[in-house]
Design a protein around this ligand. Structure first.
Ligand code: ADP
Length: 488
């Protein structure tokens, strides 16, 4: 029986999951990865720790399942996107810490870049010019690490997102590639052609010599001997595109929302490049052969607001407790929390906004504040879905969900109510890793087509909207008013 090994390197942990040919998870291992915050708004990780945590989870998961490397048909890799690593081609040593996607250190530069070239960059890349993407982070390393720029120009330094770094390590430095879903988040790739763009490279002052080769998301790119026997590396996708694939959203119109630290809603738009008139990101979906596209809305603070209630405010003991506490209040009592802790992402893209709570009275309770934090995830999601519906001209029939906070039934019901859309929660919630396993399994011949994979997608619970329209309207107005105050 062939097995597939998914390596899922997320922001907070590296995970490895082993799957069988029915797409069933047999064993999972996770090891936390530390983030450092050396200055306000800066976020870094240690590339060596990312690698050692990831390879250790792979070893452990094989041992746990009692499977040898020789029984693994292929490895699929999925990763926190945009996080930027630059290393020395000869020594294999990173020249700096990894600059994590959340890091705002290049916000000032991006402001200037947007003013000078914003519309051109958006037209080419489908992205809003922002510090979030890799391009300005690469430039920062070249400008700030002594000697880095001339070495990069001479081809002695390599750039990679976490996928590229892991594959380079797994292959002992033999393979330097990325897939088009990751490359579409660098702000250096032409979204339409799927190739690095010379004009963008020169605007951002990034030498072509340091960039990986862009490959499809499904296909053998090399082999690793790091686990005891040679295993082909056959799938690569950024975490959100992998989750879209793992949710069996293979066709235009299908969409998913992931509720983790942030929220990421993606709608597949098929083989044609989408155009967003509502400030969503246009991006590559996981690609087998012909290019596939998606529109994406990113919210920076979702489950992180629940962590804030727990760790900073001390209002709850655990994230799971937020459900019972929220339900102990019959309603939000007019309290709205806009968790713009690091600014607002799509569709506002307002980096100067900061968190705001409105409607507080002497009678406001802890339960109402907790409830407002959970509701904020649903309201922010509605902003994204409305933008997607406006772009596509169609009402969404169903939203597939995944991520840690989907365990919260109150949140899921409130989401269905506030969207007036059916929410479908699948049995397998580790859709990111599953998507990577699917991409690898297709390339390794374990599965013949995506039609086979569609049958693996099983719903665990559906949440149907049941709120009165007048109530929905009232709550939505309350949220919109809170966002206006936050932005003012
Ligand atoms: P990530 O992949 O971004 O690390 P996960 O998908 O593991 O995130 O989800 C973790 C996030 O979900 C945390 O921010 C946590 O606060 C939130 N979370 C977990 N369980 C619940 C719950 N029952 N209710 C609300 N939020 C939750």
């Amino acid at each position: 029986m062939p097995y597939l090994l998914a390596l899922d390197e997320g922001t907070t942990s590296a995970r490895a999951i082993l799957y069988n040919e029915r797409g069933e998870a047999l064993a999972m291992e996770a090891i936390p990865v530390d983030s450092r915050y050396p200055r306000p708004g800066w976020v870094e990780q240690d590339p060596e720790q990312i690698w050692s945590a990831q390879i250790e989870t792979a070893r452990r998961v094989l041992a746990k399942a009692g499977i040898t490397a020789a029984q693994v048909a292929a490895i699929g890799i999925t990763n926190q996107r945009e996080t930027t690593i630059v290393w020395d081609r000869r020594t294999g040593k990173p020249v700096s810490e990894a600059i994590v996607w959340q890091c705002r250190r290049t916000a000032g530069y991006c402001g200037q870049l947007a003013a000078a070239h914003g519309s051109k960059i958006t037209a080419k890349t489908g992205l809003v010019v922002d510090a979030y993407f890799s391009g300005s982070k690469i430039r920062w390393i070249l400008e700030n690490v002594p000697g880095a720029r001339p070495k990069a120009e001479a081809g002695d330094l390599l750039f990679g997102n976490v996928d590229t770094w892991l594959i380079w390590k797994l292959t002992g430095g033999a393979v330097h590639v990325t897939d088009s879903s990751n490359a579409s988040r660098t702000m250096l790739m032409d979204l339409e052609t799927g190739a690095w763009d010379d004009e963008l490279l020169s605007m951002l002052e990034v030498p072509r010599a340091m960039l990986p080769r862009i490959v499809p998301s499904s296909g053998v790119v090399g082999e690793t001997a790091a686990l005891g026997a040679a295993i082909p590396i056959a799938g690569i996708a950024g975490d959100q595109q992998a989750a879209l694939f793992g949710q069996a959203c293979f066709r235009a119109g299908l969409s998913k929302n992931t509720y983790g630290t942030g929220c990421f809603a993606l709608m597949h738009t098929g083989g044609k490049r989408p155009v967003s008139r509502n400030r969503l990101l246009e991006t590559r979906a996981a690609t087998i052969d012909a290019p596939q596209f998606a529109v994406e809305g990113a919210i920076f603070i979702a489950g992180a607001a629940v962590q804030w209630l727990r760790d900073q405010m001390g209002l709850i003991q655990s994230a799971a407790e937020s459900e019972a506490v929220a339900l102990s209040a019959p309603n939000n009592g007019g309290v709205y929390l806009v968790p713009a802790f690091v600014g607002l992402g799509a569709p506002h893209w307002d980096s100067s906004a900061r968190g705001t709570m409105t409607g507080i009275t002497g009678g406001t309770t802890k339960a109402q504040v907790v409830r407002a934090a959970l509701e904020s995830m649903a309201f922010q999601t509605r902003e994204l879905i409305e933008a997607m519906e406006a772009d596509s001209g169609d009402k969404l029939a169903e939203l597939r969900v995944d991520g840690g906070a989907t365990a919260n039934n109150f949140l899921m019901q409130f989401q269905a109510d506030i969207l007036d859309t059916r929410i479908a929660r699948p049995a397998d919630k580790e859709t990111t890793a599953l998507g990577a396993a699917y991409l690898a399994g297709l390339a390794a011949g374990v599965w013949k087509s995506t039609a086979e994979l569609e049958k693996f997608w099983r719903v665990e619970r559906v949440f149907e909207p049941s709120m009165k329209e007048s109530e929905r309207q009232r709550l939505w107005e309350g949220w919109r008013s809170a966002v206006r105050k936050c932005r003012a």
